[in-house]
Design a protein around this ligand. Sequence first.
Ligand SMILES: Nc1nc2c(c(=O)[nH]1)N[C@H]1C(S)=C(S)[C@@H](COP(=O)(O)O)O[C@H]1N2
Ligand SMILES: [Mo]
Length: 355
Amino acid sequence: MERPPWLAEPHPRVVDGALLAGVAFVLATGVVSLYSGRPSRAWVFVTHGLGGLVLAALVALKLRRVRRRVTGGAWTAVVALSVLLAVATVGALASGVAWVFGASLDLGPWGLLNLHVGLGLAVAALLVVHLRFRFRLPERGDFEGRRSALRFGALVLAGAAVYRAQGVANAALETAGSDRRFTGSREEGSDDGNAFPVTSWVADRPEPVDADAWTLTVDGAVAAPAEFDYATVAGGDDETRALLDCTSGWYSEHDWRGVAVASLLEAVAPDDGAAWVSFRSVTGYRWSLPIEEVREALLATHVDGERLTHGHGFPLRLVAPGRRGFQWVKWVEEVRVTRRRDRGERLAIFVSGFS
Ligand SMILES: Nc1nc2c(c(=O)[nH]1)N[C@H]1C(S)=C(S)[C@@H](COP(=O)(O)O)O[C@H]1N2
Ligand SMILES: [Mo]
């Protein structure tokens, strides 16, 4: 039977162009999501999920069209690369859906969400190579004007409907995915002292820090650099309730106690041009916050009344409300005030601990 014209398949080049735009969109929202911890950024996660659903439909169309090239044709390097790209794409989409429905995976230091991120990055890399062999930009004649636009609109609406249905189904089935935060993370060990997961990034596994030999230095663009010993910071009675949300997919909320970063800064008198505050670990790991945001931040020695364990950053760790877990620097030994943003920190978090 002949299909009605609005169901006819779009031109292959249009599908390919939409696929490229779709991958770029989920890659961008995926990367931004790793830096998003406040509810005002919830749209990043929603549009990432919606983008994934639209992409899944486009991938299905594409795979139906090209499958014969694999089963029939010669097995060239270009074809092999395309197959690899297809596998990574389906894997990235499937791992995202599995996460939403509460699945877990134990890959040693990594889990299902790390696999999702890894596959997503692999898709981006493979796609760049694939495009060099395969891509033709859509031409004017490939589009069918309003019909193309309407079809795309319908696809996005269908994606939104599936997205909503997912929420309803997840809640009805009470899966482990039904009570995720807007970031997708699941709760672990809140209000239970040091019992929450220990997560270190790549290679940061320092020896336990000797509190007697340790000091906290506060320096940089300040009038009066200062040094504090453990007894002084552990005597701090600033408290804050804050939620640590790791990009590997769990969160944990606690009452933290220690010294407010604002009171440390008051003690050292930052220069007029001071704009950033960098928190540095004994391992070289570091992250910085804009100086205005430091009002909310705490350097904690205790969690829910317990002294921090080594794994959680004893003697001192940053508590940065609204920031993702990787920014909560552990084993802090220096607070450095600067005028400019520290561009090297993005690299430092990957290579610290490798020396
Ligand atoms: N120095 C240092 N700080 C670090 C890390 C690290 O590897 N090294 N990991 C970060 C990550 S990815 C997270 S999620 C939190 C985890 O804190 P936790 O191990 O106390 O749960 O610490 C952050 N601070
Ligand atoms: Mo993390």
